[in-house]
Design a protein around this ligand. Structure first.
Ligand code: AMP
Length: 418
């Protein structure tokens, strides 16, 4: 497999898929530039080698239609500033032939939002899924997707995918385009390499004891993740809102706590599977309950199996945290996805903060490998200022989850040829 480090971009035009789907305020100003900064090492290496850059990305969900609100033109100046090179914006990503042909070493094009074309996602535009004509339209769009990818590929000599946030999508720019480059001329960017390595560190090369901490609101959204991890981990900590389904499944009284009745059979399956596989499944023993879903609600700590009517579990209790900290401090590899409570409310963020701190301590003191993945746990380590104290914080929520489910990511497979 070709790698970005080995590749010399001198005199070459590189088309690079990045994830510049950055949040903007109402004036089009970037409110968080993490994603742009994440792609800089790759972009700078190409320019430093003497290559020329064609940068492409999506922004938001314009669903195949031009929409000024999602124009990448809004961020062209910010990208220029961060790269230290004036970026030339091309207002139609599928009509950049002339600009690409004229591009010289050291120069940079930024293409307009790929998703202004339905071809990017390969989804029919303006036709409902329920419509009988949908399937035929989808087939037609899949064929058009190949043509679109071919046009993008024609701009450059080589292709780099550094957009981990969309690596779980088989889109024109993330996967299909790779078919138009031979194996020596396509590669992952530095950010993608880091993300793939982080996933391998936990899923393929984990040192034991290996602990997964899975939290958040719903069992349903993490079911496949939990099932895949049961074959790999020594300890499985279930925290946050999803834990109440497991307590109810065992006959506990959970008051008004968030839960999914239809997932009770699955929760029981997981409990049984953990026992059979010798996985130490650790649930809450007590919870900080509230009498309303509000930061200012009254609070009390109650036994997890006896949450009073009118009360709901909102945060991890000290007793649960004690158990979990012991497991964390005894682990050599930890994967954390999903908060331990309603951490957006300061009064119920304690448990999530304590887990973040324990992970940081395990990393720093014990040399434990700690991977934090998935939107809300990433926000949590950020909130507690601990992002640089854990081993790796993933930038891709959906992509990370699918990878932990054991799925092959199309964006990675397209390069690796899997
Ligand atoms: P997820 O997107 O599934 O990772 O869930 C994250 C969300 O779960 C956050 O917005 C949390 O506020 C929410 N959450 C965590 N614990 C609870 C709880 N005990 N009750 C309600 N929501 C929760």
């Amino acid at each position: 497999m070709q790698t970005i480090d080995k590749f010399n971009f001198a005199g070459k035009k590189a088309i690079v898929r990045v994830d510049f789907n950055v949040p903007l305020d109402e004036n089009g100003k970037i409110t968080d530039d993490t994603r742009i900064r994440g792609a800089l090492p790759t972009l700078k290496k190409i320019l430093a080698d003497g290559g020329a850059l064609i940068i492409m990305s999506h922004m938001g969900k314009p669903k195949g239609k031009v929409n000024a609100k999602y124009s990448l033109g809004q961020i062209a100046d910010a990208v220029s500033e961060k790269l230290g090179v004036k970026v030339q914006f091309v207002a139609d990503c599928a009509k950049a032939q002339a600009e690409a042909a004229a591009l010289k070493p050291g120069e940079v094009l930024l293409l307009e939002n790929l998703r202004f074309y339905g071809e990017e996602e390969g989804k029919p535009v303006g036709i409902d899924k329920e419509d009988p004509a949908y399937e035929a339209a989808k087939k037609e769009m899949k064929a058009k997707q190949k043509d679109f990818a071919k046009v993008l590929a024609s701009y450059a000599d080589c292709y780099v995918n550094d957009a981990f946030g969309t690596a779980h999508r088989k889109h024109a720019s993330t996967a299909v385009i790779a078919d138009y480059f031979d194996a020596d001329n396509k590669m992952l960017g530095y950010l993608m390499e880091k993300e793939v390595k982080a996933i391998d560190n936990v899923l393929k090369n984990a040192q034991h004891p290996f602990t997964a901490i899975i939290g958040g609101s719903k069992v349903s959204s993490k079911l496949a993740v939990i099932k895949n991890l049961l074959d790999k981990v020594d300890n499985l900590i279930i925290c946050g809102g999803m834990g109440y389904t497991f307590i109810k499944a065992q006959g506990g009284k959970i008051g008004e706590s968030i839960h999914e009745d239809d997932l009770i059979p699955e929760a029981l399956n997981i409990i049984a599977a953990a026992k059979e596989k010798g996985v130490n499944l650790s649930l809450s023993v007590a919870t900080v309950a509230a009498d309303a879903f509000s930061n200012d609600a009254n609070r009390k700590t109650v036994d997890i199996f006896n949450i009073p009517d009118g009360w709901q579990g909102m945060d991890a209790s000290e007793a649960s945290l004690e158990n979990w900290k012991k497991i964390i401090m005894n682990s050599k590899t930890i994967l954390w996805n999903g908060p331990a409570g309603v951490f957006e409310f300061d009064n119920f963020s304690h448990g999530t903060g304590e887990i973040a701190k324990a992970l940081a301590e395990a990393t720093q003191k014990n040399g434990c490998y700690t991977l934090v993945g998935g939107g809300d746990s990433v926000a949590a380590v950020g909130k507690f200022g601990l992002a640089d104290k854990v081993s790796y914080v993933s930038t891709g929520g959906g992509a990370m989850l699918e990878a932990i489910e054991g799925k092959v990511l199309p964006g990675v497979a397209a390069i690796k040829g899997e």
